[in-house]
Design a protein around this ligand. Structure first.
Ligand code: PAF
Length: 277
C-alpha cells in the first residue's frame, strides 16, 4: 500500500482516503463520493476495511462484528474506489523480533469523556490504527462520518498535534427514513429493537425543540431526555452529554448551537448518535 501511495505522490495524484471497518452501508458510500470529489477524476480513492482489535474492549463485539468482504468489495468497485486496502491483523500488529507490538498513539483531552469514559481503551485503539493507516495510505484528505463526532474531533486533534500532512473532512450522518443513523451495528437489532432505536434521533430532535424556546440548565434537559428514553421498553441509556462542539467540554446551559451526543443500549447492542441542537 505504501509503495503504491508513494508512486501516486511521485505522479502528483491527489489521494483521498475513507477508513472503515467494513460491512459497508449507504453512509460509507456517501463518504466515498465525498472522497472522489476531493481526489478529482484523475486522483485516487482508497477505502480501508479493517476491524481493528485494539479499539474494542474485552467484553465488546469484536468477534461478532459483521463482516462481508465479497459484498464490500463489489460496492467499492461499483463506487469507483481505486484501491480497497484490507490488511490482516498480523500485518497491522505484527510480533517482530523485538517482541509483540507495543507502540500506541494517545490523545489525552478530547478522548476522555463520552465514548472515552464508557469505553476506556477505545480511542487509544482508534488513534493508533488511524495513524498507522495514514502512514500506509499517505492520503492528502481523509473523510470521516459525523456519526462518530467525538472520533472525528480526536482524529483532527491528533493530526494537528502530530503534524500529519492530511486534511480531515467530516461528512454529515446518513440516516434511515425514520431518522436512525446508519451503522453497521444496526444489523444486530431485532425487529422490535429496530423499531425502538428511532428514540436516539427523537431525543436530539426533542432537545432541539426544547432549546428553541430558550436556554435550559443541562441537568434539566438530561433528566427530561432520560425519561423520554426510559419510556421505550428495551432501551437503556448509557449517557447523554451536551457539549461545546469545538472543545467537547460539557456545558452548564443547553442553548442552540450546542452539540448533543448519546449512547443507548438495546439488549447487548449499543448505538450512538449526535447532532447540533
Ligand atoms: O469509524 C470507524 O469505522 C473506525 O473507528 C475507524 C476510523 C475505521 C478506525 O478503525
Amino acid at each position: 500500500m505504501q509503495r503504491r501511495a508513494r508512486a501516486w505522490r511521485g505522479e502528483n495524484l491527489r489521494v483521498a482516503f475513507v477508513p472503515t471497518m467494513g460491512y459497508l452501508h449507504a453512509g460509507h458510500l456517501s463518504l466515498v463520493r465525498r472522497a472522489r470529489q476531493r481526489a478529482g477524476a484523475a486522483g485516487r480513492v482508497v477505502v480501508s476495511i479493517y476491524v481493528n482489535p485494539t479499539q474494542f474492549g474485552p467484553n465488546e463485539d469484536l468477534s461478532r462484528y459483521p463482516r462481508d468482504f465479497a459484498r464490500d468489495s463489489r460496492l467499492c468497485r461499483a463506487a469507483g474506489v481505486d484501491v480497497l486496502f484490507a490488511p490482516a491483523d498480523g500485518e497491522m500488529y505484527p510480533a517482530g523480533e523485538a517482541g509483540p507490538y507495543s507502540t500506541y498513539v494517545v490523545e489525552e483531552t478530547l478522548s476522555r469523556g463520552m465514548e472515552g469514559s464508557s469505553r476506556p481503551t477505545h480511542f487509544r485503539g482508534v488513534t493508533t490504527v488511524v495513524a498507522k493507516l495514514f502512514n500506509l495510505v499517505l492520503p492528502d484528505v481523509a473523510v470521516f462520518g459525523a456519526k462518530d463526532f467525538q472520533q472525528a474531533s480526536v482524529i483532527r486533534k491528533m493530526v494537528r498535534d502530530l503534524n500529519f500532512p492530511v486534511r480531515v473532512e467530516v461528512a454529515p450522518t446518513h440516516r434511515e427514513a425514520d431518522g436512525l443513523a446508519m451503522s453497521s451495528r444496526n444489523k444486530y437489532l431485532t425487529p422490535e429493537q429496530r423499531a425502538q432505536a428511532v428514540v436516539l434521533s427523537q431525543a436530539w430532535r426533542r432537545a432541539r425543540e426544547i432549546v428553541a424556546q430558550g436556554a435550559v440548565p443541562v441537568p434539566v434537559l438530561q433528566a427530561e431526555l432520560a425519561d423520554f428514553i426510559a419510556a421505550r421498553p428495551g432501551a437503556r441509556l448509557d449517557y447523554i452529554e451536551i457539549f461545546d462542539p469545538e472543545t467537547l467540554a460539557p456545558l452548564a446551559q443547553a442553548a442552540p448551537g450546542a452539540r448533543l451526543a448519546l449512547a443507548v443500549f438495546f439488549g447487548k447492542t449499543r448505538l450512538i448518535d449526535n447532532e447540533t441542537i
